[in-house]
Design a protein around this ligand. Structure first.
Ligand code: WT7
Length: 638
């Protein structure tokens, strides 16, 4: 093939800065020599088995890695384990029994602190309550809640009894929510009645009410009374139960269900470039081992740390590093329900000072947003408790890296820019505090991870050349398949290259030192403010408006959000393209998909570039929009 489909091959960024680890960082670190650790990781089975030994197994595994049915890899087969037991129960028998597991705070300044023992009793009561509602191992429980104590308790309660949780981001609105509950055939829904955002109450209960009418599999809805004072019986339908009442009389002991290593732990939906969202499946033991190990070493977690990951539980970051990772290490976490700039852009720094946060993990979007307000807000607070900073979700461009490094870390904190995906479950490429850092680079693959850069034909590319970022060996926290869709699992990730190489869908390059630089997506998935949105989902939402006959969307570079959505629409006869319609369309998409899908720009066109087979060529729209060369147009139907 002469005409490569991707445009990732040119090195546009000439970033040359390197930051060496400081003396005190090296002294404190759990692993002094990362190269040795990477060397150990070459024997993947031995490496991950050693890490798995550190957990409590009801029955040890027979086989570390089963490769008999690639790429349906299985890890720690024959083993029996319970994740909640390892994340919560285990600590009750130790000195951590009365230490804090979670410090929950919200934008109204309210605070709830839970010790490991308290978390343990709450989880047990909820687990027993779910059992009483008829939930058994393998049932799917959907969770539609903001960051709060009860959402974490609910996830852990599911994992304790072997129910599969399906957390739906509370910012998604009715259409996406219904789709995710129906596709997963959820039996129970646990939902909060609302959340707070920038001083206002966001009503979730009305969305829940609308959604359950369209979800026949839901048998009971557990309502968390989060924003409302109280409920009258008449306000609840026959299948709704109030959480507080439900758990009231339950026993605070619940025997864990010992699960097979490969029993599913959760489903989490993520956007693909075409078709319906994909239900990514993660299983129990491998996920546990991968998540805890990467958190421990990439953020050098010690007993005295105070961890804060700002990732919402509605996304994989929240699952892996707000909930499971820190609890599995017995670490205290901040759980914050609120955004970065309310009541003002100093709120996060204020929290860091007040509680003495030591490790802080957030997104590039948030950093870029806060940068706009200058250093002023950060300077108001003493941030000297911080030891390590980290990001995930998009490229942390060198300018934002430097801002974070100077103004938040006061040049003392390594910046851990972690590359991974919902499908990966855990960090795959990231620095560790004791190696040299290059702003804008995600550094090296974690021990046991073999990453490479391929051209379209599956040849490994030399340093400096961009291509497909692929992973050549399995890893324990990898997703196992897509719900009810093995074929799509194979097609999207495994079939493009021979020998079961995982295709991430990202473009990247490697430099002479083996450091990876992510260049963006190779497909049509949009990345708006760190959230993955399928172009086709937005297009479907647009054409569901009566004025639109066809639509196509692309991502347009944005200094803060990374990308915003630009839509091209073809109007139906009789409609006028004016500011009123534009506003209406934006609102309509917001209603269908939720506030994450922000449309930056809408233009009306007479036709859209298509292949002869009728597929919209978004790549052409993108090139036209930026004035770039059109590339290969041989399949374009002119
Ligand atoms: C996509 C995955 C994994 C948690 C959050 C996102 C992009 C992720 C980085 C990074 C550059 C990044 C990639 C990836 N991405 N981390 N450090 N540098 N890009 O999970 O929603 O599954 O999205 O996010 O494009 O494929 P996700």
């Amino acid at each position: 093939m002469s005409n490569k489909k991707f445009r990732g091959t040119d090195v546009l960024l000439h970033e040359k800065r390197v930051f060496e680890p400081k003396e005190d960082v090296l002294n404190r670190s759990l692993v002094k020599n990362w190269d040795e650790e990477i060397e150990k990781g070459k024997d993947i089975e031995k490496y991950w088995a050693e890490k798995a030994e550190q957990f409590v197994w009801f029955k040890k595994w027979n086989k570390i890695l089963d490769e008999s049915n690639k790429p349906f890899y299985q890890w720690f087969t024959g083993g029996k384990i319970n994740l909640t037991y390892n994340a919560v129960d285990r600590w009750i028998e130790t000195g951590k029994r009365n230490s804090l597991a979670i410090i929950y705070i919200n934008e109204r300044g309210e605070e709830i602190k839970l010790t490991f023992y308290e978390l343990y009793t709450h989880v047990n009561k909820m687990a027993n309550a779910l059992k009483n509602l008829g939930v058994v191992k393998g049932d799917v429980v959907s969770i539609y809640m903001p960051m709060c104590i009860e959402s974490i308790i609910s996830m852990l309660a599911c994992a304790k009894i072997g129910a599969i949780h399906n957390v739906v981001y509370s910012g998604l609105s009715v259409g996406s929510f219904v789709e995710r509950m129906n596709d997963s055939k959820s039996k129970i829904l646990i939902a909060a009645d609302g959340t707070y955002r920038r001083g206002k109450i966001i009503d979730l209960k009305n969305i829940v009410d609308e959604a359950i009418l369209r979800c026949p599999s839901i048998q009971s809805v557990v309502v968390i009374n989060h924003v409302k004072e109280s409920y009258e019986l008449a306000e609840l339908s026959g299948i709704e139960l109030l959480y507080d009442r439900l758990v009231e009389g339950e026993s605070s002991y619940c025997e864990p269900v010992w699960l097979n290593s490969e029993d599913p732990l959760f489903i989490l939906y993520t956007s693909g470039s075409v078709g319906e969202p994909k239900g990514v499946i993660h299983t129990t033991a491998g996920y546990m081992v991968g998540v805890a190990t990467t958190l421990k070493y990439n953020f050098d977690i010690h007993d005295d740390d105070l961890w804060w990951c700002t990732g919402d539980i509605g996304w994989i970051t929240g699952h892996s590093y707000s909930v499971y990772g820190p609890l599995l290490l017995g670490t205290t976490s901040i759980i914050y329900e609120g955004g970065p700039d309310f009541p003002d852009p100093g709120i996060w720094w204020k929290i860091i000072e007040k509680y003495g946060v030591t490790k802080f993990y957030t997104s590039p979007t948030a950093i870029r947003h806060l940068m706009r307000f200058g250093e002023r807000y950060a300077k108001l607070y003493d941030l000297s408790s911080l030891r390590i900073l980290g990001t995930v979700g998009e490229t942390l461009n060198p300018e934002a890296w430097m801002w974070f490094y100077r103004n938040i870390g006061n040049k003392n904190c390594p910046i851990i820019d972690t590359w991974w995906q919902t499908e990966n479950g855990m960090h795959l490429i990231a620095p560790t505090p004791t190696i040299s850092l290059k702003p804008g680079s995600v550094a090296k693959p974690f021990p046991g991870i073999e990453a490479d850069i391929f051209d379209d034909d599956g040849n490994s590319l030399p340093p400096g050349q961009g291509g497909h970022l692929v992973i050549k060996k399995p890893w324990p926290a990898m997703f196992r398949t897509l719900l009810n869709n093995d074929e799509r699992f194979l097609d999207t990730y495994w079939n493009d290259f021979p020998e079961c190489v995982f295709k991430s869908g990202d473009l990247a390059r490697k430099d002479e030192d083996g450091y990876f630089w992510i260049q963006g997506r190779s497909d049509d998935i949009l990345k708006v403010a760190g959230h993955r949105i399928g172009s086709s989902e937005v297009e479907s939402a647009l054409v569901s408006h009566p004025a639109i006959s066809e639509a196509s969307v692309i991502g347009k570079k944005d200094p803060v959000k990374g990308e915003v959505i630009k839509a091209f629409v073809i109007l139906k006869g009789g409609y006028k393209f004016d500011s009123k319609l534009i506003e209406e369309l934006k609102e309509h998409v917001g209603h269908e998909l939720g506030p994450v899908a922000v449309i930056g720009e809408i233009t009306s066109v007479d036709n859209l570039p298509k292949t002869r087979s009728g597929k919209i060529m978004r790549r052409i729209l993108r090139a036209k929009d930026t004035g770039e060369e059109l590339g290969d147009t041989s399949t374009l139907d002119m």
